[in-house]
Design a protein around this ligand. Sequence first.
Ligand code: ZN
Length: 214
Amino acid sequence: MATHETITIISPSEERTIALAARLAGILVPGDVVTLEGELGAGKTRFVRGLAIGLGHDAARVSSPTFVIAHVYDTPGARAPLVHADAYRMHASEDLDMLGWDRMADGTSIVAVEWPSRLPGVLTGPRFDVRLLHTGEDERRIEITPPPERAAAVLAAMKPRTLRCPTCGGTSDADRPTAPFCSDRCRMADLHKWFSGDYKITRAIKDSDLETTD
Ligand SMILES: [Zn+2]
């Protein structure tokens, strides 16, 4: 049996945690199961929001499913539907029947489950076990244990991606909201160049550019 490798990442901010989850989503396929363990406030729902973003769903709609037990996100154009379930209050198989679990977890969606230990034996499919641990106010230790044959893909997806800042030429991080700029300052400096005319459109404006299309 291949050994399960755990990949550990320290996320310094909520923003980064969402970005890391979105990257994980990039390697998921329908039928995959992501389990989320972590105390209250550790960011389980936030992580699911990142998964939704990575799959192309409307992240604003992602909230904790505690009171409804499960949400299904199925945005047109998204890579795959996402089922987000909170198993905390699920106890019996009747709950699952009522929920239509068999239909939700039929292998056509990616399934994210909070409190997976409440559903012993129910979760089939390749499992990506995610543990979120508080290590600071916004800092989280994220531990991902993927199926052994998918560990290399997870590692590759989690590798920090660096870009070159177009303003200062320094190293910038692809997950930053200011990307490709390294900072707000460099982004504003670039914007200023546009306003001050340092940048020019490289071809002359033609009449057709100005035509209205109504
Ligand atoms: Zn810069």
